[in-house]
Design a protein around this ligand. Structure first.
Ligand SMILES: NC(=O)c1ccc[n+]([C@@H]2O[C@H](COP(=O)([O-])OP(=O)(O)OC[C@H]3O[C@@H](n4cnc5c(N)ncnc54)[C@H](OP(=O)(O)O)[C@@H]3O)[C@@H](O)[C@H]2O)c1
Length: 216
């Protein structure tokens, strides 16, 4: 499978790229800086250098052409409002439109559980972040593409366990980024899971079994 990952330089995005490459998939992506491109190339990721914030569907589409699936794993992590609006907001909308232009049907969005880490540093930027994430989830779910929205709870950098709790609604908890990456990789390889918004947190079900259990 040929997967294009937006945010491949990020912590979850990079783990996803490694997981996919280990499964024998091809991974390409878009990064901001040449050193990120070189670092990812050493792993086997074919990344291009360019801006995501401010990119349009027309500029993104040629990059996506030929991919079997697009994963949007970039995000501001509740940083400055202008970055949140540009990356977590508009860039997702443009990537979704680009996927359509490039004839890529499968679109996975790494979103956020609406309670994840909320209130840890309560400020208006954080509330803005959650509002943007929610609106973008709505936009993706209205698309006629073969979308999946995955909302993880608070991301932590512990080693993965290979086990999760996955379903339409999950409690606010935490989850290793590696287990989120494994869940995204498994979802990519299970086309019967489509047009679903799923929440994921740490749990006790092996990832492949958890994904299979969501097939309708
Ligand atoms: N933190 C949490 O607890 C949590 C919980 C649930 C969901 N999430 C969501 O999960 C996703 C991944 O989180 P993560 O912690 O793994 O991410 P991360 O390590 O912070 O990486 C974020 C990615 O987004 C890219 N990015 C950020 N600002 C950008 C900009 N202005 N232009 C282009 N690219 C930009 C980064 O590129 P650079 O490498 O160039 O900076 C990087 O590839 C995010 O959407 C986040 O909102 C987070």
């Amino acid at each position: 499978m040929n997967v294009f990952v937006l945010g491949a330089s990020g912590r979850t995005g990079r783990l996803l790229a490694r997981t996919l490459l280990a499964r024998g998939d091809r991974v390409s992506g878009l990064v901001r800086r040449e050193e990120q491109r070189a670092e990812l190339a050493a792993l086997g990721v074919d990344a291009s250098v360019g801006a995501l914030a401010g990119a349009t569907a027309e500029t993104l589409a040629p990059l996506l052409r030929g991919a079997d699936a697009v994963v949007f794993a970039a995000g501001s992590n509740a940083g400055a409002r202008e970055v949140t609006a540009a990356v977590d907001g508009q860039a997702v909308v443009e990537t979704l439109a680009a996927a359509r232009l490039a004839d890529v049907d499968r679109f996975l969005l790494l979103s956020v559980l609406p309670e994840a880490g909320r209130g840890q540093r309560p400020d208006e930027d954080e509330e803005f972040y959650f509002a943007v994430k929610k609106l973008v989830d709505v936009t993706v779910t209205l698309s006629d593409l073969d979308w999946v929205v995955l909302r993880p709870s608070l991301l932590v950098d512990r080693p993965g366990t290979g086990q999760v709790a996955l379903g339409p609604a999950q409690p606010d908890d935490e989850i290793p980024r590696a287990d989120v990456a494994a869940t995204l990789a498994e979802l990519l390889h299970e086309p019967r899971v489509r047009r679903q918004l799923l929440e994921v947190t740490q749990g006790s079900t092996p990832v492949a079994q958890a994904v299979r259990a969501t097939i309708r």
